[in-house]
Design a protein around this ligand. Structure first.
Ligand SMILES: Nc1ncnc2c1ncn2[C@@H]1O[C@H](COP(=O)(O)OP(=O)(O)OP(=O)(O)O)[C@@H](O)[C@H]1O
Length: 570
């Protein structure tokens, strides 16, 4: 691939910290990889690693594949000294697990908790938060991942997040310390301990920087408060930081990533580089993306076909299936790949509405019903696996605190892990098929199979059932119809996802359904607010065709805007 002049400048610039503000589809992946290769080759036989960090496993897989495809013939061990990881895995592997036990005060390697662990029932581990009416309430164990850390001035404060609101926690430091003493951390607390470990141990900080002297961060608009503080610390200690990001794609505000770190970096005297050629989308899509983001990016592609571009379809809210079918027909008619196209919604509840997903069952049965749906409807096997582990950990007694962690990573639990994978993958021995009638077919088979699995675990590992299986796996709230309701199936199978889930991808065609008028309004209003940025991310995933689904009743509100934007009815 021939690099553009902008990409070339970035790759060949002298070694220093850099800020690269890039538009959607501008080839950040290729630029980051080429920069990584160049830096590592410039380092010759220096023992340090060039590190490339991003936020999702999918991004990391893409980076690794590309890196190894370009360097596979390279057997020089120094040239292979690169580290391509998610930012969480990087700090966990290199700092938290090997070094934080001292500052946490625990005797063994720290372990990640989910909130389902039974030891959390001990009141001594309970966070408390204050409501606006000054009531003090406990944070439920299962919501421990909603305990979050923010900065007020230079001080760290703990908050509890619920329904998009944040409440101050009264005993944040105390409980974090108590959990730390037994080695337990959540993702958020892990970052807190890493920050503390580095800020209180200069020798370690220097050693980390000697080993990782250059760090490239992809999707840098997604750096949250604690990641930002950790990176700031590394940068201050002379680590070269190269940030690549697109502020218009900052869509993780709810997890504390609001693009502030990128902005704070922008304000420093750090060299700034643009990437402003969009290689992904046809000019019609790029021009609407420019209008909403107030940018002047160039489309590298030509208008390949009069059918490509951006359109709207009016839909009846009681018949969204029809809207999806119109989209599928269009994609097929103009010869685009339906398997590389998607229907996108702003959030999970929009998808549930679209697919008619309901909560079924109660207690542990509800979890196993969810695992079945994850496997059979969404093909998310690892998510189904994690749910089953969570369910089992609530059914057995005397389990170690870090059971989920052990099942996933400890060789002693390899066999147990295999048993659970068989349970997931083999419906006749494990989770029955979701197409079966929930009450009369799925439930009896489930009860038998889970009972067998638990007996097998008991005979191999000695963990016993807390109470009789009939008491904990009940058929309450299960209808006598299939767990997976096929009535909302479309004329062809098509991927249905949230915008967050397709971030970073290129899709042939996208149908964006706003289930609320506000989402559409904000998309048109531009990228200043997060809802607008979510619309922008959806729009810029599309290579050839972007279709907006608008509820019939709302159309009058948008008529003028759509004609101004040159968006026609499909
Ligand atoms: N110099 C180049 N010439 C031609 N195509 C390129 C060039 N650089 C990148 N591309 C192509 O551009 C497309 C978009 O690249 P990429 O997925 O890296 O975009 P991105 O900047 O990460 O976008 P986003 O932030 O929107 O996910 C890819 O198909 C890639 O192969």
């Amino acid at each position: 691939m021939k690099l553009s002049e902008q990409q070339h400048q970035i790759v060949n610039s002298d070694l220093s910290s850099m800020l690269i503000i890039a538009c959607a589809g501008s080839g950040k992946t290729e630029t980051a990889i080429q920069k990584l290769i160049k830096l590592r080759s410039d380092m010759a036989d220096d023992r340090g690693y060039v590190t490339l960090l991003s936020f999702t496993n999918t991004a990391i897989k893409t980076f690794r594949n590309r890196y190894f495809s370009l360097t596979s013939k390279n057997t020089d061990r120094f040239k292979n000294r690169v580290c391509i990881e998610t930012i969480d895995s990087f700090i966990t592997t290199n700092i938290l697990r090997p070094h934080s036990f001292r500052i946490m005060g625990c005797k063994s390697t720290p372990f990640l908790i989910s909130g389902k662990e039974s030891f959390l029932k001990n009141k001594g581990f309970q966070y408390w938060y204050t409501t606006p009416l000054n009531k003090i309430l406990p944070v439920k164990n299962e919501n421990i991942n909603n305990v979050t850390i923010k900065l007020k001035g230079n001080d760290i404060e703990f908050y509890y997040k619920e329904n998009k609101k944040e409440y101050p926690i009264t005993n944040g430091f105390g409980i974090t310390k108590k959990l730390g003493k037994i080695g337990a951390y959540t993702h958020e607390l892990g970052k807190y301990w890493v920050l503390k470990t580095l800020s209180q141990n200069e020798n370690l900080l220097s050693a980390i920087i000697r080993r990782f002297p250059i760090i490239i961060v992809d999707e840098a608009q997604d750096i949250d408060v604690l990641h930002g503080l950790i990176l700031k610390l590394l940068h201050k200690a002379r680590c070269k930081l190269i940030l690549i990001g697109d502020p218009n794609q900052a869509i993780f505000e709810f997890s504390g990533a609001n693009g502030d770190f990128l902005k704070s970096f922008e304000e420093k005297s750090i060299k700034n580089y643009p990437l402003s050629i969009n290689y992904r989308s046809v000019p019609k899509i790029v021009s609407v993306a420019n209008l909403v983001s107030n940018r002047k990016d160039k489309a590298n592609r030509q208008e390949d076909s009069a059918n490509y571009g951006i359109y709207y379809v009016l839909y009846d809210k009681d018949n969204i299936g029809n809207l999806v079918n119109i989209f599928i027909s269009k994609v097929e008619e103009i010869g685009l790949n339906i398997d590389n196209s998607a229907v996108l919604c702003r959030n999970r509840s929009g998808i549930d509405k679209l697919l008619g997903t309901r909560e079924l069952g109660q207690g542990k049965t509800k979890l196993l019903a969810l695992a079945t749906i994850k496997r059979d409807k969404h093909k998310k096997y690892k998510e189904a696996f994690d749910i089953v582990v969570q369910c089992i950990s609530g059914l057995l007694s005397s389990l170690p605190n870090n059971f989920a962690e052990l099942v996933n990573h400890d060789p002693k639990f390899k066999q147990l892990k295999q048993m659970i994978w068989i349970f997931i993958r083999n419906p006749s021995k494990g989770l029955p098929l979701g197409e079966q009638l929930a009450k009369n077919q799925w439930y009896p088979a489930l009860k038998l199979n889970i009972s067998n699995l638990l007996k097998e675990i008991e005979s191999n590992y000695g963990f016993q059932l807390k109470s009789a299986i009939g008491n904990v796996i009940s058929s309450k709230n299960l209808p006598n119809e299939p767990l997976i309701n096929n009535s909302t199936m479309f004329k062809r199978t098509i991927r249905v996802d949230t915008v967050h889930q397709v971030k970073g991808e290129s899709l042939d065609a996208v149908l964006y359904i706003s289930t609320e008028k506000e989402h559409l309004k904000e998309m048109i209003n531009g990228t200043k607010k997060e809802l607008g940025r979510i619309g922008y991310v959806a729009l810029t995933r599309a290579k050839n065709l972007f279709v907006i689904g608008i509820q019939k009743e709302w159309y009058s509100v948008f008529t003028k805007t759509f004609s101004d934007l040159n968006v026609a009815e499909l």
